[in-house]
Write a protein that binds this ligand. Structure first.
Ligand SMILES: [Zn+2]
Length: 233
């Protein structure tokens, strides 16, 4: 084994070793840390009858975004195994403790992707993470849907106001506000149908503690500037 890390996730030891890895540095085409994993567990329990099996039915090459390394994605390659049970003859994919079924991105990988949207467009992030800009947008919107209500969260010190297009090229723009208190972790916390000045003022006034806000980052649209000035005075 070239690199034998002890991988842990949620305190559990990961059942793989890294047999080989290649780094393509930031700024180069296809930048990323490519890791080639070998799963170390010999077998699994059958989910149907519970008996132990070590008989592999077939191998499925799998590629998973596992995190971020020097501002580039960590891309894991491994053979995902379909086992066959000696007792009930069912075949099943082995469960992967660090990955939800059918997912190609880990929780940490998803966080890295979301954080990468701090200073890059969805399209650029998609290119870096080997997926479409639309897919990046879906992750951002999903993350937003899990956020607490505005009234249940503390008001950010730094806010960014921007627009987001919900569907590619459809022109369905929404006003969005990001919590930029941690600049490399933008957190979408408001989405609104209109970016009219009076509606932006209303949104800013709805913040539970508007006096907390130190700065608001906006683009060149005059309506935002006037709205922020109105609320700041
Ligand atoms: Zn079985």
């Amino acid at each position: 084994m070239l690199n034998h890390y002890t991988m842990t996730s949620d305190g559990k030891k990961m059942p793989f070793v890294i047999s080989h890895q290649v780094e393509v540095p930031f700024g180069f085409p296809g930048a990323g840390l490519y890791r080639y994993l070998q799963l170390t567990n010999q077998g699994v329990h059958c989910p149907d009858c519970g008996f132990w099996t070590t008989k592999v039915h077939e191998y499925h090459p799998k590629q998973v975004i596992a995190g971020c390394h020097n501002d580039t994605p960590i891309i894991d390659h491994f053979n995902h195994r379909r086992f066959v049970c000696d007792v009930c003859h069912h075949t099943f994919m082995e469960p992967l403790p660090w990955l939800k079924p059918y997912q190609r991105i880990t929780v940490i990988g998803r966080q890295a992707l979301l954080h990468a949207t701090a200073d890059r467009t969805f399209k650029a992030v998609g290119e870096a993470f080997g997926r479409s800009g639309q897919n990046v947008r879906v992750h951002v919107l999903e993350d937003f849907s899990q956020q607490p209500e505005l009234s249940e969260r503390s008001t950010p010190l730094l806010i960014g106001i921007d627009e987001i297009s919900l569907a590619k090229g459809k022109g369905k723009y929404r006003l969005v506000m990001y919590d930029l208190s941690i600049p490399w972790r933008p957190q979408l916390f408001v989405m609104h149908e209109s970016r009219r000045k009076d509606e932006v003022i209303k949104l800013l006034q709805e913040l539970p503690q508007p006096e907390r806000v130190l700065a608001v980052a906006i683009d060149m649209w005059r309506g935002y500037k006037t709205a922020v000035q109105t609320c700041a005075s």
